[in-house]
Design a protein around this ligand. Structure first.
Ligand code: SAH
Length: 366
């Protein structure tokens, strides 16, 4: 077993362990495996923060556990409510850093059921330095622990009413999830475990700038959905906005996508942030069609969320529609992401803004 993750007080972080790891760590305790299962359910299904509160476990075992394990909890620093129903949770970590999670309600329509999606962070800041993304300005401070990743879903769900349940989890918040792969995989294990948060792998999506070797490792470890932030259709163009292109060319990335062991009936989502005058021409649309050859894919167009710190403009609705039309008429299933939570700086590419002390625009375009 890898070195067990420790808390600042020296005890093991029980919330960073998978059930199997907690059971192994408790093996020396008499009936340790059963006690571990009970404790695990108390932690993840009832939100227990102390062993003392755990019913069904004898006092001596609880004390034994309490001496060795701690149960950390994310502290909410602020919760911001958008006019459109989006909620942004800013968490204060034990070392004073902040991360954000965004809860996005979607009422659904005739063809799709209502959804409540939680957009989760994987790192404090981000090292990928994509030029158009505000989180990229922060640089990387540190990786989140498995506990800090998975606890975002638990703590947000504890604020919900009896009728509400988070239906989808997307790793599209702060950070590059595949740059924190070991902790991400453990967190996914916890999120999907029926004895913990019990999410279906069909409802969990990890988004990446395209760290090709890590994509394969993720596939080997977890059956969740993959999304790739493509954002450009030639190497020269992608290099201008995504430095990772110097490491993995578009060819290498698309080869990695074709080799990705997609489970039955799944497709890779390609996110394409549309920036006016940069990557929205009909030539771009045609090159995107060509790039998608041989990959089971769907494309998600994200009209750029404008902000005072970049002079990048969002293309007109007509341009976005024309771009979508070209893809769809070439057989590529293509959706347009609705902008949500702009008034609370919760939209794509806006996370970490509060931490930077940047001005938050007053007008919301929702
Ligand atoms: N690092 C991962 C996870 C973050 S996902 C990744 O890049 O995939 C965040 C998404 O928001 C990415 O697809 C990114 O391209 C997009 N994005 C960043 N800034 C944006 C902005 N200002 N407007 C719209 N989308 C943006």
């Amino acid at each position: 077993m890898p070195l067990l993750p420790k808390l600042p007080d020296g005890r093991v972080d029980a919330k960073s362990l998978t059930l199997a790891e907690l059971q192994a760590a408790m093996a020396e305790l008499e009936k340790g495996s059963g006690r571990a299962l009970r404790a695990y359910k108390h932690i993840w299904q009832r939100g227990a923060t102390r062993f003392a509160d755990m019913g069904g476990i004898d006092k001596a075992s609880r004390r034994w556990m309490d001496e060795r394990f701690g149960i950390p909890t994310l502290e909410p620093a602020t919760v911001l409510h958008s006019r459109d129903g989006t909620r942004k949770f800013v968490w204060r970590l034990h070392d004073g850093h902040h991360i954000e999670s965004v809860l996005i309600p979607d009422p659904g329509n005739e063809v799709s059921r209502p959804r409540l999606t939680l957009c989760m962070s994987s790192q404090v800041g981000c090292a990928m330095a994509c030029t158009f993304c505000l989180t990229g300005d922060l640089g990387l401070t540190r990786n989140l622990t498995p506990s800090e990743i998975a606890d975002q879903a638990l703590q947000v769900s504890r604020t919900l009413g009896p009728e509400e349940r988070i239906t989808n989890l997307v790793f599209m918040g702060m950070g590059e999830p595949l740059h924190n792969l070991t902790h991400l995989i453990r967190a996914l294990d916890i999120l999907l475990d029926e004895h913990a948060l019990n999410y279906s792998h069909r409802k969990v999506t990890v988004s990446t700038v395209g760290l090709v070797p890590q994509m394969q490792k993720l596939a080997a470890a977890s059956p969740v959905n993959l999304a790739v932030s493509l954002n450009a259709t030639t190497d020269a163009q992608r290099r201008q906005i995504m430095p990772i292109t110097r490491r993995y060319s578009l060819d290498a990335l698309m080869e990695g996508c074709r080799a990705f062991p997609l489970p039955h009936a799944k497709r890779i989502t390609f996110e394409y942030v549309m920036m006016d005058g940069f990557n929205c021409s009909m030539d771009d649309a045609e090159r995107l069609v060509q790039l998608m050859r041989g990959v089971r894919s769907k494309v998600n167009l994200i009209p750029y969320n404008e902000n005072p710190n970049r002079d990048i403009l969002r293309p007109s609705d007509a341009r976005v529609k024309a771009f979508q039309h070209h893809l769809v008429s070439n057989g590529i299933s293509t959706s347009i992401r609705t902008t949500r939570g702009t008034d609370i700086s919760a939209a794509c590419g806006q996370l970490g803004k509060a931490a930077q002390g940047l001005r938050i625009p007053e007008a919301a375009s929702v």
